[in-house]
Design a protein around this ligand. Structure first.
Ligand code: ZN
Length: 317
């Protein structure tokens, strides 16, 4: 997110749509960033449809690539934990994935299993030698072959996530291969714990039905986003044509990758639609030609059948 200078950021979803929203012909979709730190972003997405906001949410959850441990070779394990248990724990350790875009998916790589272009090797070797004290093996103990991809740690004192505890004489030696993937393949590649968005905080559109004991307003206090929109008055008429177009998002910092993915997907959709439209156009032209021919034939037939007789004009005279 370092390339955002202001609070207002153009979504760039519609480079090919003549500066107007492709969905309703209105102004371009826009993002206003409210809060931004190393772990979280809060922003308002405006001038777009509910479906786009939801697409963005789903892309953030399932389609932003990250790097996670995918293969584990256990060389030595004399701990009390089973190999599979340790392998599963290793898979779920979050790795720094800022460089995920530069690493290839193994399925797109030319290698047979894995190579430096599509994977990063991490090794772990720990042995407890102390008497009466257990050794905690944590994610910080993983040694990476590529400094760009290492376990996520808060600071220098952070030991990371606990993998196993060893007693005296127990040893753990593993080799891990981390690969690029997306969360729709496996949850270990999920880039965020939660993506949430809210719209219409005053429930002006009546999309939510609040269950209540006595008084809805007392029992359901307004959310923090309610200050962004004018409060509802009791005699406010219901607008049947209103649609939501302002969405309040709270996400961990993966928005840029998700927006890129959304752009790619919309691009693909646009190409597919364009192909479809060309096909439809040809089909329609063909149908039109056939119809014209048919009409011409029918008219010719009619002309043959109803050639005015010389007596016709005389019948009512
Ligand atoms: Zn490879």
């Amino acid at each position: 997110m370092n390339n955002i200078n202001g609070t207002n950021f153009n979504l760039g979803l519609n480079n090919n749509f003549n500066n107007s929203d492709p969905f309703n012909g209105g102004p371009k979709p826009d993002i206003i960033i409210q809060e931004l730190d190393s772990e979280k972003i809060k922003f308002i997405l405006t001038n777009t449809e509910l479906s786009v906001a939801n697409a963005l949410r789903r892309l953030m959850i399932a389609e932003v690539p990250t790097i996670a441990i995918d293969m584990v070779e256990i060389e030595l394990n004399t701990s009390v934990l089973a190999d599979e248990f340790i392998a599963h724990r290793l898979g779920l350790i979050p790795l720094d994935s800022m460089e995920a875009e530069k690493i290839k998916y193994t399925r797109e790589c030319n290698c047979s299993q894995y190579c430096p272009n599509c994977s990063v090797e991490l090794t772990l070797h720990a042995k407890c030698v102390q008497d009466g004290q257990s050794l905690e093996v944590c994610s910080r103990d993983l040694q990476t072959s590529d400094p760009r991809v290492s376990p996520v740690l808060k600071d220098d004192n952070d030991k990371g996530i606990l993998i196993a505890k060893l007693r005296k004489g127990q040893e753990l030696k593993v080799k891990c291969v981390a690969k690029k993937g997306v969360a729709k393949e496996h949850a270990k590649w999920s880039p965020c714990a939660a993506v949430a968005f809210e719209y219409d905080p005053h429930n002006r559109l009546r999309h939510t039905h609040y269950w209540k004991e006595e008084d809805e307003k007392k029992e359901w206090p307004l959310g923090t986003n309610a200050i962004q929109e004018p409060p509802m008055t009791d005699d406010e008429p219901f607008d049947y044509n209103a649609t939501p177009n302002k969405f309040y998002f709270t996400v961990e910092e993966i928005v840029m990758s998700a927006l890129k993915r959304l752009q790619e997907k919309l691009g693909m959709l646009q190409i597919a639609l364009a192909d479809d439209t060309t096909e439809q156009l040809h089909l329609r032209q063909q149908q039109q030609r056939q119809q014209e021919q048919q009409e011409a034939q029918e008219q010719a037939l009619l002309r043959q059948r109803y050639i005015p007789q010389s007596d016709d004009n005389l019948s009512f005279s």
